[in-house]
Write a protein of this length. Sequence first.
Length: 426
Amino acid sequence: MSHHYSKSTFTTAQHEVPFEMEEIFFSRTDERGVIAAGNEVFRRVAGYSWDELVGAPHKIIRHEDMPKGVFYILWERIKRGMATGAYVKNRAKDGRYYWVYAIVSPIEGGYVSVRMKPSSEVFGTTRALYAEMLKREKEEGISPEESAAAIREALKTLGFSSYGAFSSLAVTEEMQARDKALGRLADGRLQSLKDLLPTLEELNKQQNSLFESFAKIRSIPSNMRIVASRLEPAGGPISAISQNYRLMSDEVTNHLGGFRVEGGKRSLTESVMARVFNGLFMVATSRLQREVREVARADLLKHTERDGFQTEVEVLTNLMDRYKLESGSVLSSVFTDVTALTRSAKDLRQLVTGLDSIRVLCRVEAGRLGAQSASLIPVINQLDTFHVEIDAALEQIMKLADRIKALVEEAMPRSLTGSIYGSADY
Ligand SMILES: Cc1cc2nc3c(=O)[nH]c(=O)nc-3n(C[C@H](O)[C@H](O)[C@H](O)COP(=O)(O)O)c2cc1C
């Protein structure tokens, strides 16, 4: 396209198109990404006329600094019906650039992209990542698909389990940074959901250490039985105790299965974490959609938009309603999962208390046998050590589970926690 190489390109390419933090802009496309409509801020920042934009592919504002892999991921996800967030550097008609954080949502017959000005720390991290990917695309000649895989890999090393997890955190950070910059009140719900993530990670760690302790315990009852058989007939009660201990610890191990989902492949906390990421994305996006729709409605009333803008307000209203519903249902499924998690932790503690009493019985019986039981003592000492470990892990798990539940309750829309005050905000 000739305008990309006009004379002004060389004088303005280093410059940024200014726009305000408050300004939110959007565009709507058909299924192939051909622009159908948008708002005035979008047109102004891109620097084109409506005649030039409507009917043009969205890549009309593509910037050469953008790695191809980002668009590969975007299209791969939106074609599957998944709303997707991405940082995008765009190029205005006069060659200047502007960065946005965009959320592209599939709608009937096409897509809507809503954009805000990025300013969080994640933005800085992402720019560095894009620069590295662009370099690799150029130097190694990797395909868009390979670049997409490399981006996902790089995000993993940055600590994001998936692109979805990354975009959930990015949209949350951007909304929070924007609230701060605009002097708005911090969003308590977003913060509560965000606080859930490190808490869930800690819970996952504690769960794994519990799994390890139980794995170590498994050999103990048979060791006990061997020792007890040497003490026959005095070892009879010890045999019975070890038998009981084994049955009970089997039950505990089975119960640990309750912390696993998807045929044992994933822990319940990992699955809750994935839901929390989804919840963060939905809650943050829902807020952004509400705002863009309010702005669009006000602009319609002020007659500052083009004829036919009423349709766009309707599209945005539908999208806003959809996000409101979806964010509510994602949060309620997080609540259900977390309730299951805390119940599982409580049941487990009860079982371990039972196991503990068998351990005490064993000690008592060894004491009764006196010197005869010398060979039993190391086995019992071993049991004691494991029980101390297990108690410590369980105590942590209970504390974390309570904290998780409280955070989820704080993040819930009021209508879902059954409050009489007003309707859901999301
Ligand atoms: C709703 C929607 C909005 C989009 N917005 C942009 C945009 O702002 N900038 C951009 O470069 N690409 C945008 N794209 C992606 C483009 O369609 C295109 O994939 C991209 O510019 C890269 O071009 P290429 O796929 O031909 O390499 C958008 C796509 C959709 C569906």
